[in-house]
Write a protein that binds this ligand. Structure first.
Ligand SMILES: [Zn+2]
Length: 534
């Protein structure tokens, strides 16, 4: 298949082999070494880098701008569903974390702990923590904020009239990870955490599901990343929650990425923090709470859903800039008219809008070769590239290229048409990226009812491309933790979720129909999603 056929019109097969003469901008390619390809895309697009602090990343401007666009879109959706933003302390006293038994067990192993509040000169030079300045009670750098926010909520909530209380926090958290990967798993990461209090269990469950739907809507309509909504099994639940729901996406190596979670916390955290209210009859009641979050991990999901062997591909709705324009000079006398044309075009494009914000235009006037410039922007994944040379100025047209087409595929478009055409093209790309990702997921989602077929599906050597084998197996499960553990131990495959709805795709089969557990043959009321995961 030729380069020009690898765009979004191609089939669900994203991994298209190129003729030996055509090199890709990213080496290794996805097929050659998926994990290393990911690191190289992050580097080539200038999204982030490792920092001198182990496990912590530096997010660079192009990567941070994607996160800001994610924030802006989600923040609007949270506010549209009645939530307000607030901010709580970075530190949680150790005794707070200890209040909820399951919760502390879940997070104790990965906590950063502050024990001193002053440094003094050491005997052998340098600085050491002052033994006189030991904290009476150690402080935990928040791994999540249920307990510190719960303490505030216990004060804020007095009466049923104070409910529901719907709060969101944008913050950083720390979970001491030993094996880290930029965006996907870092010791410190950025996120939002929603925390809500309700008078009844029904209201809290409804909130939990509503926010799961908000996440799914965002993933599909902004990230162009299709997701499966479902409930986690007991072994994958958030520590301390009654029920955890998640959205699960399929990456291009066919592994699952948990992209967001929403927890129904029952009364566990209300009890631990003392969140009580007087009901309408004047009776003291224990409240019901929820929490829900997504993080900078979404940027990793965006990369692994859309990037290709030439670098990043950013869905237009989240792109830091939509269009880059650069000049192609032929001798000094052509400079002035070209620069003037670029300025006029950029201004007219900025007057148009896409997805609720003005078209963002970069003009790249740096004195470097056109080929290098082109490849730099391809690797950064900007949706549209426009070149303007002397002949274009004379003809009143520009050469336009799309990131979802081959690098040599270009179209000549009159200047006057661009303010109308650019938003249309961005819309088409946004839709095309979602369609391509959906087709890919559908092609690798299979209903499997037989254990031998299940094992074969997840065994690398059975695949044409061992690096990217498997996918989503929709299989029956009896609900017994022993069956789940057996699959995890033998194949490193976990139940990603118990789907709430049906899953599109011809091979997926019916999710909600009775069957027999793929492990033990016991009764099962519906299929669940099994996959390898990040
Ligand atoms: Zn079973």
């Amino acid at each position: 298949m030729s380069r020009t056929q690898t765009g979004i019109r191609a089939s669900s097969e994203i991994f298209v082999a190129k003729p030996a003469t055509q090199k890709s901008a990213i080496s290794p390619t996805r097929v050659e070494d998926y994990a290393e390809w990911y690191q190289q895309v992050v580097r080539a697009a200038d999204l982030a880098e490792n920092s001198p602090v182990r496990g912590c990343m530096v997010i660079k401007p192009w990567g941070y701008a994607i996160w800001e666009n994610i924030q802006r879109a989600l923040d609007g959706m949270f506010k549209a569903t009645g939530h307000k933003n607030a901010y709580f302390p970075l530190f949680t006293p150790k005794s707070f974390l200890e209040k909820e038994a399951e919760h502390v067990e879940g997070f104790a192993k990965e906590c950063a702990v502050v024990t001193h509040h002053r440094l003094v000169a050491g005997k052998e030079g340098g600085l050491v923590p002052d033994p006189e300045a030991r904290l009476e009670e150690p402080l935990i750098v928040r791994p999540t904020s249920e307990t510190i926010i719960g303490a505030a909520f216990a004060q804020w909530v007095q009466s049923y009239r104070d409910l529901p209380l719907l709060i969101n926090q944008w913050a950083n958290v720390v979970r001491w990870e030993l094996r880290t990967r930029l965006f996907l798993r870092t010791a410190e990461f950025l996120w939002q955490e929603g925390h809500t209090v309700h008078a009844t269990a029904e209201d809290a469950v409804e909130e939990t599901r509503r926010m799961l739907d908000v996440y799914a809507d965002f993933a599909e309509n902004h990230m162009a990343m299709p997701v499966v909504r479902g409930r986690k099994t007991d072994s994958e639940r958030f520590p301390g929650a009654v029920d955890t729901y998640s959205i699960e996406a399929m990456m291009q190596d066919r592994k699952a990425l948990q992209a967001g979670t929403s927890h129904f916390l029952g009364q566990n955290f209300a009890r631990a923090s003392g969140i009580r209210f007087l009901d309408a009859a004047g009776q003291q009641q224990l409240a019901w709470t929820t929490s829900w979050g997504v993080s900078t991990r979404l940027v990793g999901g965006l990369i692994m859903t859309h990037a290709d062997d030439d670098g990043l591909v950013v869905p237009p709705r989240l792109a830091p800039a939509h269009v880059v324009i650069w000049p192609v000079f032929r001798g000094d006398d052509t400079r002035a008219p070209i620069l003037e044309a670029i300025e006029r075009l950029a201004a007219s494009l900025r007057g148009a809008s896409f997805g609720g914000r003005p078209i963002e235009v970069e003009t790249d006037l740096r004195d470097i070769g056109g080929g290098d410039k082109q490849w730099e922007w391809i690797k950064k994944g900007i949706p549209l590239r426009i070149e303007i040379g002397p002949r274009d100025v004379a003809g009143g047209t520009a050469m336009l290229a799309r990131r979802d087409r081959g690098p040599r595929e270009k179209e000549n478009i009159p200047f006057a048409d661009l303010p109308r055409r650019v938003p249309e093209l961005l819309e088409a790309m946004q839709r095309g990226l979602l369609e391509r990702a959906l087709a890919f997921r559908d092609a690798h989602t299979h209903a499997i009812d037989d254990r031998a077929a299940f094992d074969a599906f997840f065994t690398p050597k059975n695949a044409e491309k061992p690096e990217i084998h498997g996918g989503f197996a929709l299989a029956h499960f009896c609900g017994n933790a022993a069956c789940e553990a057996e699959i995890k131990d033998s194949l490193k495959v976990t139940i990603r979720c118990v789907p709430l709805g049906d899953i599109d795709g011809a091979r997926a089969g019916r999710v909600h129909e009775p069957g027999r557990c793929v492990v033990c043959g016991g009764e099962s009321s519906q299929r669940v999603v099994f996959a390898k995961s990040y």
